[in-house]
Design a protein around this ligand. Structure first.
Ligand code: UD1
Ligand code: CA
Length: 443
């Protein structure tokens, strides 16, 4: 039979995310600030899901509907007054469906918790708490240990004596304990402290009165940091960017100057892709093998087929779906468009809301005119079409296979396959006009 401590179907995870995040100085709830293109709370939900709980309850503040949406379908509970981390858990407590088993409490502002440490906490029979040694412990709760190393109490920075502030072992904020223990100890937490808040960190001291000690699970400093202000947000971003870059480098992607390539949490890149310096890859980008992404390109919501060449200075926006061997050159923007094999748009152009057939060429300055000020319209272009320089294709419009569109044309009607579409006024040619003009204007 499985013991209750390893039966994770009985596990409830509570994530605390109701705090105002005052130190962020933001209109956005703190946990919705993104790291590598993904809201902080979704990083926490992701690792929480991997622990395999039966229920996740996220404690949010009033007016945090956007957080509720971000964590759906998991449960949310509103903490109306932010009276502290223990008060937040007290709000979630009546909503725990399993009135037994383990409860794991996580902080919504700690996005990079290591899964193994969480699993380790859940598997322990004793209650546990996560901690890390900090080079600079300022701002964290300090872990006060007895001679034998067992945890006596956690003292918040604001309540700590100068001697206690010397302690470098810090509380990462995450607890794991039996439902029964929580039921017993939570109501005993008071707000007799510097901040007049109900501190969850009082739990170990209360349990110690019954000779029960919380076991310490150690993690690395970076894993336990937490985001309280924009400086820490930037530190976390820099940390996760390095992790993402390293993973791709290990998987066979070349980056000439990795520190200048920005990735997203879900970026997928195949082997033998070369990424030049200063490239930004936003969320939802898939790059197949052997692609070249040249310098200063910006990609988001795009799929790039194998052997394609993108940039320099290219912009791929959401819905850009490129088959293999496509070439998108400098100052070309592609949005919500399907480009079949071998399509080329090498210089200055816009392809938006379009379907472009195999082998079609967009010359310099060719654009689709997709917007009439009210609605977006689609441009359909067949295979092996030659769209000349400075052409405007006014959508909705269809260009048949093999057609030619003469340079400088503004085309507003469909062009059949193999035809020439041309819209150009006759050149006015006056012999020697320039010479006469110059002479007349001589002083
Ligand atoms: C907390 C710990 C501290 C630990 C640090 C680790 C307490 C009292 N202190 O401090 O020991 O070293 O985390 O990062 O627990 N929250 C609510 N409701 C509230 C108050 C907070 O839901 O009434 C949530 C916040 O949204 C946040 C989390 O709890 O996600 C932690 O709160 P925060 O104010 O960031 O605590 P710290 O000062 O970082
Ligand atoms: Ca915090």
């Amino acid at each position: 039979m499985t013991s209750p401590s390893s039966d994770q179907s009985a596990l409830t995870i509570i994530i605390l995310a109701a705090g105002k995040g005052t130190r962020m100085r933001s209109d956005l709830p703190k946990v919705l600030h993104s790291l590598a293109g993904r809201p902080m709370i979704n990083w926490v939900i992701d690792v929480a899901e991997q622990v395999g709980p039966a229920q996740i309850i996220v404690v949010i503040g009033p007016d945090m509907d956007a957080v509720k949406e971000a964590v759906a379908p998991w449960d949310v509970v509103v903490q109306t007054e932010r009276l502290g981390t223990a008060d937040a858990v007290l709000m979630a407590y009546p909503h725990i469906r399993n009135k037994s088993g383990k409860v794991l409490i996580l902080m919504g502002d700690e996005p990079f918790l290591p899964l193994e440490a969480l699993q380790n906490m859940v598997e322990k029979s004793a209650p546990s708490i996560m901690a890390f040694s900090a080079e600079n412990p300022a701002g964290f709760g300090r872990m006060i240990q007895k001679q034998d190393g067992t945890l006596q109490a956690i003292v918040e920075e604001k309540d700590a004596s100068s001697e206690q502030r010397e302690v470098t072992l810090c509380n990462a904020g995450n607890f794991c304990l039996e439902y029964d223990g929580l039921a017993k100890w939570l109501p005993r937490i008071s707000n007799q402290n510097a901040q007049k808040e109900y501190y969850l960190t009082d739990l170990p001291e209360i349990a110690a009165e019954e000779n029960i000690s919380f076991e310490i699970v150690n993690i690395g400093e970076v894993d336990g940091w937490g985001v309280n202000d924009r400086i820490q947000l930037a530190q976390h971003e820099s940390f996760i960017q390095d992790v993402l870059r390293e993973t791709l480098l290990e998987n066979g992607v070349t980056m000439i100057d990795p520190q200048t390539v920005y990735l997203s949490w879900d970026t997928e890149i195949g082997p033998d892709v070369v990424i030049e310096p200063n490239v930004v890859i936003g969320p939802d980008v898939v790059i197949e093998g052997h692609v070249q992404i040249k310098a200063f390109s910006h990609l988001e919501g795009a799929r790039i087929g194998k052997y394609s060449v993108i940039g320099p200075f290219a912009r791929l926006r959401p819905g850009a779906d490129l088959a293999e061997n496509v070439k998108i050159g400098n100052f070309v923007e592609v949005k919500n468009a399907t480009l079949q094999k071998g399509v080329k748009a090498n210089h200055h152009g816009y392809i938006g809301d379009a379907d472009v057939g195999e082998g079609t060429n967009f010359s310099c300055g060719a654009i689709t005119v997709n917007y009439d000020g009210y609605k977006k319209h689609r441009t359909k272009i067949g295979r092996h079409v030659m769209v000349g320089s400075n052409v405007s294709l006014i959508a909705p419009i269809e260009i048949g296979d093999g057609a030619f569109i003469g340079a400088g044309s503004t085309i507003a009607e469909n062009i059949p396959a193999e035809a020439l579409g041309l819209e150009r006024s006759k050149t006015v040619l006056i012999k020697d006009w320039a010479k006469l003009h110059r002479e007349q204007n001589k002083k």
